[in-house]
Design a protein around this ligand. Structure first.
Ligand SMILES: Cc1cc2nc3c(=O)[nH]c(=O)nc-3n(C[C@H](O)[C@H](O)[C@H](O)COP(=O)(O)OP(=O)(O)OC[C@H]3O[C@@H](n4cnc5c(N)ncnc54)[C@H](O)[C@@H]3O)c2cc1C
Length: 463
């Protein structure tokens, strides 16, 4: 039997695409290789405690009345009632360049603007021009890559400020080394600085459960542990005729949305990509869990700190396992109105080299030792920024690019996927389109919007 629509991947873009399809088309099927939904933003259990794999803070905060805001558009497109979700806003976040300067920002954009006026008076006029440009620029028109660094250099006099603006936007959404596509920069600038950050009141599990329930209530089917092994084309080579699952099952579909990634989808089609493969950025993430009473030892008013302590800010593949000179420190208990449980967490993210981690993949002892060393170094770099941590760590864990590759099948475990983005989702086939990370909208809201917009553009317009 032919299925009208199949979505490959049960991450946030796949779930959003599937819900959007199921609102208009019966019998949508979502295939996820893992036994759990969520992809990069999922959860796992240790010591009977739920840990989120990827949630620091969700970007694109908007008040319910702001009808045109991406977040509210997303709720409407998925027909989800925003009243059923309690969103907790960040406290204050910070860009901290050790020994140089610090900039605070929050969901009130005036804070960042005032900080820049005070700390970079020579650049405030350029910054205001930049904001005006951002407000008028439509980043969703597919354009070729344009260097943000070159663009900023024309407007902003202080090179330090350029790096300080780029640091959070790169860490939360750039797959390109040391620069950003101007469209991507504009999307991230709006998402992080102009709109701001929040988290759901409960864990990502409850959020994923509500998406699952909603999809199923619209008649959709989720098949977990269902890895797509291959995609076969018809004799003309223009349409995918069969979806072959690892289980041996074969499905046929009128339309397929793949959120597996650009190169990953070509691998399924058994086709080599013509362009040379550029390096992909890898990350390492550590989680430190403490007793709630110890949180007095941690900053009480910082939600996320993006830091650099190196002489220059590098956003590129490290020459060793991990680059601790820069990173992200997150205190997930520091959201407004969040009631902490018995334990709280601190998380840290740094750039990591997939190549280096892969060399010890087959040596479990070495791999565990290297992860432990990474946690020690990471904690030292955090202490450099927030001061000595006199806390007892109850549980700690580290994900490397190998962990991410294992659980999400992302090539080289690269969270932000391929440096090449397919902005219109069109990879030259009549019935298969790309959504999610490699379409180019990154982060949780970004990937969900990607799922929705690719479905609107390529599938619903033809039904
Ligand atoms: C450590 C970490 C921290 C993060 N922090 C934040 C944050 O604080 N805020 C934020 O907004 N974003 C954050 N992100 C990024 C965010 O999670 C991602 O941008 C987003 O979830 C991407 O969703 P996606 O659906 O495009 O991709 P994915 O989540 O990768 O989904 C793709 C899915 O496809 C499945 N799949 C792949 N191949 C196949 C196959 N052959 N057959 C079947 N299924 C397949 C995978 O298993 C996966 O579930 C973080 C990510 C990580 C890893």
């Amino acid at each position: 039997m032919k299925i009208p629509c199949v979505v490959i991947g049960g991450g946030l873009s796949g779930l959003a695409a599937a819900i959007r399809l199921a609102r208009f088309i019966p019998d949508v099927v979502l295939l996820e290789q893992h036994s759990r939904l969520g992809g990069l933003n999922s959860y796992y259990y240790r010591n009977r405690t739920l840990f989120e794999t990827g949630l620091h803070a969700i970007t694109n905060y908007a008040e319910p009345g702001e009808k045109r805001a991406p977040l509210n558009r997303l709720f409407r497109q998925l027909k989800l009632n925003r009243k059923n979700f309690t969103l907790l806003q960040q406290k204050t976040s910070e860009v901290h360049f050790y020994g140089c300067q610090s900039l605070l920002f929050s969901n009130d954009f005036n804070l960042l603007e005032n900080e820049i006026a005070q700390k970079f008076p020579n650049s405030i006029d350029g910054f205001i021009q930049l904001v005006d440009f951002m407000r008028d620029f439509d980043p969703f028109v597919p354009l070729p890559f344009r260097s943000t660094r070159q663009f900023l250099a024309e407007l902003i006099k202080d090179p330090l400020l350029i790096d300080m603006l780029l640091c959070p936007l790169m860490y939360y959404g750039s797959s390109v080394e040391d620069d950003m596509d101007l469209s991507q920069f504009t999307i991230m600038f709006q998402a992080i600085f102009l709109e701001g950050m929040f988290r759901p009141e409960h864990s990502i599990k409850e959020f994923l459960d509500s998406l699952k329930e909603h999809f199923e209530s619209l008649g959709g089917t989720i098949r977990l542990s269902s890895r797509v092994k291959g995609l076969t084309r018809d004799h003309k080579g223009k349409r995918v005729s069969r979806i072959i699952l690892e289980s041996g099952d074969i499905l046929e579909a009128d339309f397929i949305i793949s959120t597996a990634g650009y190169e990953e989808t070509f691998d399924l089609l058994d086709q080599e990509l013509p362009e040379t493969k550029e390096d992909r950025l890898g990350f390492i993430e550590s989680i430190y869990q403490f007793h709630s009473q110890d949180r007095d030892q941690l900053p009480s008013d910082r939600t996320v700190i993006f830091y650099n302590s190196g002489e220059v800010f590098n956003y590129r593949q490290p020459q060793s396992f991990t680059d601790f000179n820069s990173g992200v420190i997150c205190f997930p208990f520091n959201f407004e109105n969040l009631v902490p449980g018995t334990h709280v967490e601190m998380r840290s993210t740094h750039l990591a080299s997939y190549r280096h981690w892969k060399t010890i993949k087959e040596y479990p002892q070495k791999y565990l030792k290297e992860k432990e060393t990474a946690r020690i170094h990471s904690r030292r770099s955090i202490e450099k920024i927030v001061g000595k941590l006199n806390v007892n760590v109850v549980y700690e864990d580290t994900f490397t690019p190998l962990t991410i590759e294992r659980y999400t099948a992302k090539k080289n475990g690269a969270i932000y996927g391929s440096p090449k983005k397919i902005k219109d989702g069109d990879i030259g086939l009549e019935n298969l389109f790309l959504a999610g990370t490699d379409q180019g909208f990154l982060g949780i809201v970004g990937s969900m919007l990607s799922g929705v917009s690719i479905v609107n553009q390529h599938v619903l317009s033809r039904f």
